[in-house]
Design a protein around this ligand. Structure first.
Ligand code: ADE
Length: 240
């Protein structure tokens, strides 16, 4: 096992994630397939998606955005619907973090995913393409996360990425054979190459060492490969 930094969730209680969005349908697919759906079925995580429009002050049109003050173009997410939904959720339980997804947030890393996977209750507010009333960020949000230096049309895909990374770390979400502890980045090293049958295809061979059955030698080889790949592809990880 290559992991050195990770502590896994021990809690027997379920992690709860509440996601607030204007586009719930964008989250349905990513959060209801494969490993994430299995984790939900096994009651390892309780994911609830809330449509911000349900908290609109405008009952007729369910609007949640308005023109920006000043000279900025584009619509801005209003403070009141966001405050309403967050106040409603916080009246029911205590949240460890209220996260806002935004390209100018802190860069999301495996380390952050590990930390979030140890929490009890999380809210994720999906960013809006033009922005949100800044008072939301000043007064309601406890953590701002960016999934990379590029701009998405909204924060929903970022919320799905964060949720996926966090949920797969919960013990029981992955099968043993897929253990999260051996992932790339889990110990600041890229994972070694892996192969499956056939051992030779079109003359392209699996490294002999992997067929040797010598566990110690295979582990040494995997560590060398991890180091070599990290040095070559992501030397910045070794600087940390
Ligand atoms: N919303 C738009 N772009 C984003 C990004 N890169 N990370 C998080 N939220 C975003």
């Amino acid at each position: 096992m290559r992991s050195i930094f990770v502590s896994l969730r021990q809690n027997t209680t379920m992690l709860r994630i509440d996601i607030i969005t204007v586009l719930p349908e964008l989250l349905e697919g990513p959060l209801s397939c494969s490993i994430i759906q299995r984790a939900r079925d096994k009651k390892l995580v309780d994911i609830n998606v809330h449509c911000l429009r349900d908290y609109s002050t405008d009952l007729k049109h369910r609007r949640v955005d308005d023109y920006a003050f000043g000279f900025s173009a584009g619509m801005v997410l209003q403070i009141e619907p966001v405050d309403r939904v967050i106040t409603h959720l916080c009246s029911q339980r205590k949240y460890d973090e209220i996260i806002y997804t935004s390209p100018d947030g802190e860069k999301f890393t495996q380390r952050q995913a590990n930390q979030l996977s140890l929490k009890q209750n999380l809210i994720v507010l999906c960013g809006h393409y033009k922005g949100i009333d800044h008072r939301i960020r000043e007064h309601l949000i406890t953590k701002e996360i960016s999934i990379g230096d590029y701009v998405l049309t909204g924060g929903e895909l970022a919320a799905a990425v964060i949720t996926d990374c966090v949920v797969r770390l919960i013990p029981g979400a992955l099968g043993d054979e897929q253990s999260a502890l051996s992932d790339s980045f889990q110990d600041q090293l890229l994972a070694p190459p892996i192969y499956t049958r056939p051992a030779e295809y079109k003359g392209w061979k699996v490294p002999d060492i992997l067929l040797s059955g010598n566990q110690r030698k295979i582990q040494e080889w995997e560590m060398e490969q991890s180091l070599e790949r990290t040095q070559r592809l992501r030397p910045d990880l070794l600087d940390d």
